[in-house]
Write a protein that binds this ligand. Structure first.
Ligand code: FPP
Length: 252
């Protein structure tokens, strides 16, 4: 039987996949619709990816749903995205629990409209016991914001004598990011043919493999997720070492 996940090596899965869901506006325009129609159809792809990651055994998937810079979009579009988020969260709660998926969020959640922040917190609370997949929404998120907040927290710790300047390590920064406790993303997927990071998980993706596809987000399906994972599994990840060192480690 041919299955979308047939060619994936389940023993070498990325533990964490980060996704930039791009191309909703263009997809809608191609069909002669308003941009929000693209976002609405993008929810279907979110569902496919969550289901796919859960089926495979990926532990974390982080979706760039709204960036700090997205606040600069026309008010109508921002409002429509926020209400789409509320209706989606309400509508998906049962499915999240049925599939043992925990919803989490990173970003400046307090900057979201009150209704949106409340719905988000409520869904996170009602799914916090789930253990199969962590579905992380990046909302009002940017790495510049996140790293600035981390620097402020560490500076405060120094001021309060909780830590000395010389004791600050890369791990100190990692522990003060919104993603504290998450494994770093090993694979980053961006749809719609754009080859940029757009202020996304810059610290966490220092060693991530990048996968770019021309597919627009509302067309992204499980087989496309599989193609990205297969591509990832065909790469040699060296972390600064030589090919020979990596080969020797694999035969040990
Ligand atoms: C980028 O496409 C997409 C966004 C800024 C929003 C993504 C939101 C969703 C998929 C729906 C809500 C998600 C959840 C988790 C409920 P774009 O608008 O930049 O497209 P364009 O580059 O073609 O203009």
């Amino acid at each position: 039987m041919s299955d979308w996940k047939n060619n994936i090596d389940l023993k070498r899965l990325p533990r964490h996949i980060a996704i930039i869901m791009d191309g909703n506006g263009r997809w809608a325009k191609q069909q002669g619709h308003l941009r929000i129609f693209g976002h609405e159809n993008g929810v279907k792809s979110v569902r496919e990816v969550a289901e796919g990651c859960a089926e495979l055994g990926v532990e974390y998937v982080t979706l760039y749903a709204f960036s700090t810079e997205n606040w600069n979009r026309p008010k109508d579009e921002v409002d429509a995205l926020m209400s789409l988020l509320v209706t989606t969260l309400k509508g998906e709660l049962e499915t999240l629990n049925k599939n043992n998926i925990r919803l989490r969020a990173i970003g400046n959640i307090d900057s979201l409209p009150e209704k949106c922040a409340e719905e988000l917190k409520d869904t996170m609370k009602k799914t916090e016991q789930n253990t199969r997949l962590n579905m992380v929404l990046a909302l009002s998120y940017s790495s510049y914001w996140e790293i600035t907040e981390a620097v402020k927290k560490i500076a405060t710790d120094v001021k309060n004598n909780n830590i000395k300047v010389d004791e600050i390590m890369p791990e100190t920064i990692t522990a003060n990011l919104n993603t504290a406790g998450f494994p770093n993303p090993e694979l980053m997927i961006r749809t719609s043919g754009e080859h940029r990071l757009s202020n996304y998980l810059l610290w966490q993706m220092a060693y991530a493999e990048f996968y770019f596809t021309d597919i627009l987000w509302p067309d992204f399906r499980k087989k496309d997720l599989a193609n990205a994972i297969i591509d990832f599994q065909n790469r040699e990840r060296r972390f600064g070492k030589t090919s020979e060192q990596i080969a020797a480690e694999q035969t040990q």
